[in-house]
Design a protein around this ligand. Structure first.
Ligand code: CMC
Length: 432
């Protein structure tokens, strides 16, 4: 719980003067608690895009955007990316502490026992067009999980909440891989519980029944790191969507489907696909200035994808790790001269020196380098955002669980500044 400080804030307008408490968290900016404002002052605050609004208390993830720092439960992302692995990070996000060995193996066993989806779901997939984007399929199928797993939809039962969390972490990768297999006309590949989380996902995506598939441990490790880097990011658009959907009492599967839908947009998780497509479109280093010019042109809607962030006004720490990973993976695969990587590096160099980007503090974000690694692994661009979605599922579910357990939680209901017509009388169609 945030602590009330001795400081207060006073808002004076018309003949009113209202005092508000100032709350402190464990680290980061204080907040002015304006919950009594409407009752006392008959006014709302106006903050489209929520640039100055803390929508909740949370003990999960901390970001210092100016310093470019990201911590899960206090642990810096760089340390986790180097020393931890995805399922351990899942445990940390869900339960607040790093697991001991027994807790880890119990958690791993619980997740791996839930990786298969209900067999009837296979038929559900067949209702989609083959050329559906895997994100479109995922929104539908994850939402439909509430039709398959009724015994974990009672949000008031802590055990059912726990089962739903494990089911989502375990099954969303299976659903993502199935969406991919379906889109390329190959048979679904069942999960293989002897493999680790990332290895299993590679297997479900790239194995075919006709041949043996051996998971490359280097690729599995790199993919696991991508999962870790995307696991949570405090109150971003998709997480806020999950919380808002959940605030009405909707079941967790419906809430996560809402999060997936929100993530898909190119300003959010869809940026990884859009970024790689942009790098390919640029194609050669000599065309970069043209795209920089377009990004700066106010009359051109084009933006440099993979650049800029609402919170980071410094390097996105995830992008730093991702860049190192890209060098490592492409080097190990013997494709360090990948033309897309060359364009990305040069674009980054030029943009970081350009006055426009420097002045607006636009730095590469997590999506700038992830696509290059995923492409090298053999994923088509349409799978980039589903991979983000499956990695973020743990963050969404941890935030949802935190919200349901919060005694101060109420339905999320923002207000508005109404600028439409004032009351008027209906006019019959003959007189319009
Ligand atoms: N290229 C060119 N100009 C940009 C860019 C960009 N990528 N990003 C921001 N700007 C400009 C923008 O035009 C505005 O200029 P002005 O002040 O002159 O109007 C200024 O910088 C501030 O931008 P904003 O749109 O007000 O900032 P925001 O916080 O609302 O948007 C953002 C953040 C991430 C949506 C935006 O930077 C963007 O569209 N980036 C490209 C998409 C992208 O890479 N998204 C992934 C984000 S990280 C992963 C995730 O969250 O899923």
């Amino acid at each position: 719980m945030g602590e009330t400080t001795k400081r207060t804030a006073r808002l004076t307008f018309d003949d009113k003067s209202i005092e508000f408490p100032i709350l402190s968290g464990s680290v980061g900016p204080d907040v002015i608690d304006i919950r009594t404002l409407y009752g006392a002052g008959d006014v709302f605050t106006f903050d489209p895009g929520f640039s100055s609004t803390a929508s909740t208390e949370s003990a999960i993830t901390y970001i210092d955007g100016d310093k470019g720092e990201l911590q899960y439960r206090g642990y810096p992302i760089e340390q986790l990316a180097e020393k931890s692995h995805y399922l351990e990070v899942c445990y940390l996000l869900l339960y607040g502490e790093l697991p001991n060995a027994a807790q880890m193996s119990d958690f791993e066993a619980r997740v791996t026992r839930h990786t298969m989806v209900h067999e009837q779901m296979h038929y559900f997939f067949r209702g989609f067009r083959r050329d559906s984007h895997p994100m479109a399929t995922m929104v539908g199928v994850v939402g439909a999980m509430s039709a398959f797993y009724h015994d974990s939809t009672d949000i008031n039962d802590p055990w059912q909440r726990e089962v739903a969390a494990i089911r989502l972490i375990a099954k969303v990768p299976t659903i993502a891989a199935m969406a991919y297999k379906y889109s390329i006309g190959q048979p679904f590949v069942y999960p293989k519980n002897s493999l680790d989380y990332a290895g299993n996902f590679l297997h479900m995506c790239f194995a075919v029944p006709a041949e043996d598939y051996k998971v490359d441990p280097v690729l599995a490790k790199a993919l696991d790191r991508i999962f870790m880097l995307h696991a949570d990011h405090e109150q971003n658009a998709s997480t806020s969507t999950v919380r808002l959907a959940g605030s009405s009492g909707a079941n967790p599967f419906a809430c996560i489907a809402a999060g997936i839908a929100c993530l898909w947009g190119p300003a959010h998780g869809g940026a990884n696909q859009a970024c790689l497509e942009m790098l390919r479109e640029i194609g050669t280093v000599d065309r970069i200035p043209e795209y920089i010019r377009r990004a700066k042109d106010k009359n051109d809607p084009f933006r440099l994808m993979g650049f800029g962030h609402r919170v980071y006004k410094n390097f996105d720490p995830r992008a730093k790790v991702m860049k190192e990973s890209a060098d490592e993976v492409l080097g190990l695969m013997g494709i360090e001269n990948n033309p897309t990587l060359q364009v990305a590096k040069e674009l980054e160099r030029i943009a970081l020196e350009d006055e426009y980007f420097v002045e607006k503090k636009l730095y590469p974000n997590v999506d700038f380098y992830s696509g290059i690694i995923l492409e090298a692994m053999g994923f088509p661009t349409s799978m980039f955002t589903p991979i983000f979605a499956l990695s973020r599922t743990v963050g969404w579910i941890a935030q949802w669980k935190e919200m349901i357990g919060d005694p101060t939680q109420r339905i999320g209901r923002p207000r508005q500044l109404y600028v439409g017509p004032k009351q008027r009388d209906y006019i019959d169609v003959r007189h319009r």
